[in-house]
Ligand binder design. Sequence first.
Ligand code: ADP
Ligand code: MG
Length: 242
Amino acid sequence: MIEVQNIHKSFGDNHVLRGIDAKFEPGKISLIIGGSGSGKSTLLKCMVGLHAPEQGKVIYNGEDFTRMDFEARIPIRKEIGMLFQNSALFDSMTVEQNIIFPLEMFSEMSRSEKVDRANYCLERVNLAGRNKLYPAELSGGMKKRVGIARAISMSPKYLFVDEPNSGLDPETAILIDELISELTDEYQCTTVVVTHDMNSVMGIGDYILFLYKGQKWWEGSNKEIAHTDVEELNNFVFASPF
Ligand code: ADP
Ligand code: MG
């Protein structure tokens, strides 16, 4: 379980997150949704420790991550898998080297165990055998899948995924959503997906947190909005009266 309490984050004069409270449950998919610039990626980065919020707490299983020093964070960081908004693969590394990277940093595995793990992760994302390709040789959808393979290489307890569907055709986007659902079941991880794709809201979100200009605009389960069609939902969020 991850809890964020009263998170505030500014960049200079730009007060981006204005007191966010939310809870993210294990074995479930939570969606953070909102328009471009609403603070979704910033919130995710605060949650994994890439940004330090000026105020508020990020709590992992009762432990205040925000107040921990670098060393104390390591056990939690080992349990975090993250797909960045732009996939953030290392261009000079092969697919396999990209996937193994977290294992090189954090695991005691032997070389052959690491390769076995990379092979398993590639199979999971339906890219078996693509080990030796470089990111430049991959389509956008394949990059996302390699990013997901890297995110699951350490068998994450917490899976953070930023805009998994951006730039993908609708069919590939659905496959990626299905993959995230399967992985959440497999690892029983706390999954947090940032998206502006309303179809994901209808498809995979157990808990949904709408952000508008760095504030919580609405939260609830997808059952509560199941009666609403996507068009209406779009209008609801993006034409909100703030
Ligand atoms: P979203 O992911 O919802 O599109 P972001 O969290 O990326 O939004 O950005 C929210 C706001 O914070 C934007 O105004 C953006 O310009 C600003 N911002 C994000 N990251 C940085 C940064 N590293 N430095 C300065 N400003 C930033
Ligand atoms: Mg973003």
